[in-house]
Write a protein that binds this ligand. Structure first.
Ligand code: FAD
Length: 417
C-alpha cells in the first residue's frame, strides 16, 4: 500500500487546477482534484489570450478545446479594441512582436472549465465534485480535511498540495499567507446578454473595452460568444457604483448595470437591442496578494496566489502559467531531481506578472489609455504592446518585458508631446 493516498492533491478544478492535473497524470503522478461545486458552474473571466493556447497545447488539452469550440459557442478572438472619447483603437494579434499563436477564444467558463476538468479526469486524474477542503495539517506532508455536501468529513493524505481554489484562496487563509493587493479596491457588475448586435462595423472577433466618457478609472467590457450572446460588465471603484445606488435608489445589480451602461457611447449604441435574461452578478475586492507562493509541500496556483485586475484578461493565462511551472517542478521532484521552487516557479511566474502589473498601473494612471489610442506610435512599438495584450509577457526579447515601467513612461511622454 502506498504511504500516501495520492502524490498530489489539487484544491479546485478551475483552469489552473485542471491544467496542473492534466500535466501531472500524464507523467504517471497520482492526482486527486477536489472541487467544491458541481460542474458546469458559472465563473467570470471569459476572454482568453493567445499565450494561453501554448499552455493548453503543452498539456495536450488544445485538441479538445478546438474540437468543442463550435458546439460550446467559443468565439474566435484575434485582437482587442479600445474605445475612448469617440475613438476606437484596434490591436490585431497577427501584428504582434512575439512568436506564438495569433488567436484564441472567448469562452463561457462554465463549459470551458467543465471541458478541461473532464479531460484531466479522462487522462487519469481522480476528481471529486461537491466536496470542499476545509482544513490542512502538515505532518510534515499534507493531511487535508474534505467535507462533502452532507457535512461528512474525512481526511486524505498526499506528498504535495496545489492550491487552485481561485478567489476562495484556501491555503492563503488557512496558513495566514494573505497580503492586501497594491491596487485600490474595485468592483465589477456583469451579466451574459443576448446581444442582438447588428452594427456591421462591430468586429465580433475582438474583445471591446470602453472607457467611461468622464471617468477614466471606470471601464466596460464586451466579450462576445459565437452563439449571439456576450459577457458585459462594468469595473469601477465602489464609490462610483454606490453613488448610483444611493441617488437612484437602485435595489438590484441588474438595474445598476443598466444605469452604468447608459453612460457609455459605443456600448449604448451596440447594445440598444440587447436582452438581459440572466442574473446580474457583482464582485468587489477581488485583487489580492500573498506573502509567498510556495512552501514545504505546497504551492499556490492562479488566483489562489496573486490576482491583479481584469483589464487585460490576464487571469486564466497567469493561472495556466503557474500550473505549468508548478507541474514541471513536481515532475522533477518526483523523479528525485533537485528543484528550486524560487528560481523555477516563483521568479519566472513573477517576471511576467510584473509586466502585467506595470500595464495595469499605467492603465489606471491614464498613461496607457493614451498610448493605446496613439495610432501614430511607431509600428514596432504597437507590435510590442500588442504582444503584451496577447499575453506574451514571458518573452524576454520584448523590451516591454525587461523594463515595463520605463518603456511605458518613454512612450507615454512621446504621446503627450
Ligand atoms: P478559479 O477559476 O476561480 O477556480 C477555482 C475553483 O476552486 C472553483 O471551481 C471553486 O469552486 C473551487 N474551490 C474554491 N474553494 C474550494 C475548496 N475549499 N475546496 C475545493 N474547491 C474549492 N481572466 C481572464 O483570463 N479573462 C478575463 O476576461 C477575465 N475577466 C475577469 C473579470 C472579472 C470581473 C474578474 C474578477 C476576473 C476576471 N478574470 C479574467 C480572472 C479569472 O476569473 C481568474 O483569473 C481565473 O478564473 C483563475 O483561475 P483559477 O484556476 O485560479 O481559479
Amino acid at each position: 500500500k502506498p504511504q500516501y493516498d495520492y502524490d498530489v492533491i489539487i484544491i479546485g478544478a478551475g483552469p489552473s487546477g485542471a491544467l496542473a492535473a492534466s500535466r501531472l497524470v500524464q507523467q504517471g503522478i497520482r492526482v486527486l482534484m477536489v472541487e467544491k461545486q458541481h460542474f458546469p458552474r458559472f465563473s467570470i473571466g471569459e476572454s482568453l489570450l493567445p499565450q494561453s493556447m501554448v499552455y493548453l497545447e503543452q498539456a495536450n488539452l488544445l485538441e479538445a478545446v478546438e474540437a468543442a469550440a463550435d458546439r460550446l459557442g467559443f468565439q474566435y478572438k484575434d485582437g482587442a479594441a479600445f474605445y475612448a472619447s469617440g475613438q476606437e483603437s484596434t490591436f490585431e494579434f497577427s501584428k504582434k512582436f512575439s512568436q506564438g499563436p495569433e488567436y484564441t477564444y472567448q469562452v463561457k467558463r462554465a463549459d470551458f472549465d467543465h471541458l478541461l476538468a473532464t479531460e484531466a479526469e479522462r487522462m487519469g486524474a481522480e476528481v471529486i465534485y461537491g466536496s470542499q477542503v476545509t482544513a490542512i495539517q502538515f505532518s510534515p506532508t499534507p493531511v487535508l480535511t474534505l467535507c462533502d455536501e452532507e457535512g461528512q468529513s474525512r481526511t486524505v493524505t498526499a506528498q504535495f498540495v496545489l492550491d487552485a481554489s481561485g478567489f476562495a484562496r484556501v491555503l492563503p487563509r488557512l496558513l495566514d499567507l494573505d497580503l492586501p493587493s497594491d491596487f485600490p479596491v474595485r468592483g465589477a457588475v456583469f451579466t451574459h446578454v443576448i446581444d442582438n448586435i447588428s452594427d456591421p462595423s462591430y468586429d465580433r472577433n475582438k474583445i471591446l473595452i470602453e472607457t467611461h466618457p468622464q471617468d477614466p478609472d471606470v471601464w466596460y467590457w464586451l466579450i462576445p460568444f459565437s452563439d449571439g450572446t456576450a459577457s458585459v460588465g462594468c469595473v469601477a471603484q465602489p464609490d462610483f457604483l454606490q453613488k448610483f445606488e444611493t441617488e437612484q435608489n437602485l435595489d438590484s445589480s441588474h438595474e445598476l448595470l443598466k444605469i452604468c451602461l447608459k453612460q457609455t457611447q459605443r456600448f449604448s449604441q451596440l447594445l440598444s437591442n440587447a436582452e438581459f435574461p440572466n442574473k446580474t452578478q457583482r464582485i468587489t475586492g477581488y485583487s489580492a496578494n500573498v506573502k509567498k507562493l510556495y512552501g514545504d509541500h505546497f504551492a499556490l496556483l492562479g488566483n489562489a496566489g496573486e490576482f491583479l485586475d481584469p483589464i487585460f484578461s490576464s487571469g486564466v493565462t497567469i493561472a495556466f502559467k503557474s500550473a505549468k511551472l508548478a507541474s514541471d517542478c513536481l515532475v522533477k521532484q518526483f523523479n528525485f531531481e533537485p528543484v528550486c521552487w524560487e528560481t523555477e516557479f516563483a521568479e519566472p511566474l513573477s517576471s511576467g506578472v510584473t509586466t502585467f502589473k506595470a500595464f495595469v498601473n499605467s492603465w489606471y494612471d491614464g498613461q496607457l489609455q493614451d498610448i493605446l489610442q496613439f495610432k501614430q506610435a511607431p509600428d514596432n512599438i504597437r507590435e510590442m504592446i500588442c504582444s503584451i495584450l496577447a499575453g506574451y509577457v514571458w518573452d524576454d526579447n520584448n523590451p516591454f518585458n525587461q523594463a515595463p515601467h520605463r518603456r511605458l513612461n518613454v512612450i507615454g511622454e512621446l504621446c503627450a508631446s
